[in-house]
Design a protein around this ligand. Sequence first.
Ligand code: T5A
Length: 213
Amino acid sequence: MSGKFIVFEGVEGAGKTTQIQQTATWLQTHCGKDRSVIVTREPGGTSLGGQIRQLLLDDPDSLVSDRTELLLYGADRAQHVESLIRPQLQLGNIVLCDRFTDSTIAYQGYGRGFDRADIDLVNQIATGGLQSDLTLWLDLDVSIGLKRVALRGKPDRMEQATLEFHQRIRSGYQELANSYANRIVRIDADRPTVEIQTEIQSILMQMKGIVTR
Ligand code: T5A
């Protein structure tokens, strides 16, 4: 597989969507004419995934059991990897993905309390072993992130969970970053967007096989 797979992670409102869009615009003019930059997300990166996303997030009052939630995120990922991410990487393209396997470890593992072995099994089935080449973890105090998303209106099913739930998720990301320091890079997300974007570009410029000019 000759493409590059770059994932953006973080708590609610950390600024992933904002940064991924700016990164894509910048990368498209710096990664070479023969490659495309693909922006996608989980859940909801495919047509089937869009329907799974609705089931998972849209109705804040829907009763989705924790096990069902875990498997729906896994199902969304399986479809995403097979029908979009892997084919794009095989074409040599750069895939920028808003959330991937670390979200399941952080949210369903640290957040909901599932055993790591169960999470790893779901992730393994869904991805067939595909991992990111680089994960940019936008680290932000959860109360700041939740305030940002609250300004957008009614919270979705995950956003309305307790502060403690979101704090466990942030701790989970910290532990993941400690364990996989070669793959996960922490970025302080409590800064102006332009500063964060400058740091991301600088990280990508140092990464082999991304920037050609
Ligand atoms: N989930 C997902 C799981 O539980 N398990 C899984 O396996 C997976 C894959 C996805 C939900 O699903 C959960 C996690 C989530 O709860 P989502 O709607 O995709 O739902 O949620 P998020 O990925 O969290 O997306 P958000 O839009 O909520 O947050 P972003 O993308 O991190 O933030 P962004 O860029 O949209 O910014 C939010 C607001 O903050 C402002 C923006 O303008 C925007 O208004 N902002 C800033 N403000 C000040 N300073 C900055 N630096 C700012 N950057 C952005």
